[in-house]
Design a protein around this ligand. Structure first.
Ligand SMILES: Nc1ncnc2c1ncn2[C@@H]1O[C@H](COP(=O)(O)OP(=O)(O)OP(=O)(O)O)[C@@H](O)[C@H]1O
Ligand SMILES: [Mg+2]
Length: 338
């Protein structure tokens, strides 16, 4: 097995956030595949209970149990790795926590799932989050002496809540402290925070090159920087559709200054009738696309100014499927993200 330097060597918990719909689940899946390549073992975790991972990997709905869902591409010199998935919900995590820490198997089973849910939602909203982040922290720390590195998983990737909620979701000590100043819950929250606030954990932001999601990304990074020691990670620009024109032509096209006759001649040479009419339509389309591309450049520059590593993932034009997902994983790897 070969090792190579990546931007996130030493990181074992990758939290993936971003504005809704920008591709958090897709990018988290691609990142898990990328991190697993070359014989690694990675856990991909979902916390919002929508079975997005099962859909993405085209497998049946996932239970609260760790299942292998994919084999990563091998490196030239080594074998592939394994991606496991887990759909974590706070109710199951609470039952498991009670069993593990108090041997309260009976309490766990006697409390109906509904009762546990009432407890976790109405009494203690902050507790929901600490149970979910706690499950991730537990997976990060879980030991296996037979593996290189001594851990069950080389990395854990979390498909996390969106940017608007990520700060509160991760900053669980503050959220729980009103609830429990001392005692086992506080102790649990503190030990989870040790993982979240260590250099082992980073928060990646997925965005598309539009004003709103870019603003949310910049706000999210600023928010994390204010929360002591929760580290922003990479910025992953998803669904990028670059327009392959040199800068001066791009500028000209955006202003509608196109060599119209040239365009018409080209179309005529291609044997198309009504080359003038077609050229007009094509010119309008091209200048529209050029304006979009220029606006995207502005957003790219705003993101670059945030000072975090940036990655670009292409728009998969024929629809997202497993092959597309492996392509995104390879792209993340070639850019040094994994
Ligand atoms: N690079 C890409 N190319 C093409 N389609 C993509 C790409 N990335 C994501 N998609 C598609 O965009 C849609 C949204 O992606 P995804 O579900 O990953 O976003 P999300 O941020 O997790 O959304 P939500 O906020 O609902 O959880 C999906 O249909 C997905 O297949
Ligand atoms: Mg999602």
């Amino acid at each position: 097995m070969t090792t190579r330097d990546t931007d996130w060597d030493g990181v074992r918990l990758h939290v993936v956030t971003g504005k809704g719909g920008t591709g958090k689940t897709t990018v988290a899946g691609a990142l898990a595949l990328a991190l697993a390549s070359g014989g690694k073992k990675v856990l991909l975790m979902e916390v919002e209970g929508r079975q997005g991972i099962a859909q993405l990997f085209d497998v049946p709905p996932l239970p609260y149990a760790e299942r292998r869902i994919a084999i990563a591409a091998g490196s030239p010199s080594g074998q592939g790795g394994d991606v496991f998935a887990l759909v974590a919900d706070p109710e199951s995590a609470l039952v498991e926590y009670l069993e593990m820490f108090y041997s309260l198997r009976h309490a766990g089973t006697a409390m109906t799932k509904l009762g546990v849910m009432d407890f976790a939602t109405t009494i203690a909203p902050g507790l929901r989050d600490v149970l979910l982040t706690g499950k991730a922290a537990e997976a990060v720390r879980r030991k296996d002496a037979s593996r290189p590195g001594g851990r069950v998983y080389d990395a854990v990737v979390m498909d996390a809540p969106p940017t608007g909620r990520i700060g509160r979701f991760l900053n669980v000590t503050a959220e729980v402290s009103g609830l429990a100043k001392v005692g086992p819950i506080r102790g649990h929250a503190d030990s989870v925070q040790k993982v979240i606030r260590s250099p082992q954990t980073v928060v990646h932001f997925v965005t598309v090159l539009e004003e709103m999601p870019v603003q949310e990304t910049l706000d999210g990074i600023a928010e994390l920087r204010e929360l002591d020691a929760i580290r922003p990670g990479g910025i992953i620009v998803n669904m990028a559709r670059p327009l392959a024109l040199p800068p001066d032509e791009l500028e000209a096209a955006s202003e509608g200054v196109l060599d119209f006759d040239q365009l018409a001649l080209g179309l005529k040479a291609a044997g198309l009738d009504d080359s003038l009419g077609l050229a007009a339509g094509l010119a309008a389309e091209l200048s529209e696309q050029a304006r979009t591309a220029l606006a995207q450049d502005v957003q790219s520059q705003r993101l670059a100014a945030a000072g975090q590593p940036c990655y670009k993932l292409p728009w998969i034009s024929d629809g997202m499927d497993l092959a597309g997902l492996y392509r995104l994983a390879a792209s993340l790897r070639s850019q040094g993200a994994a």
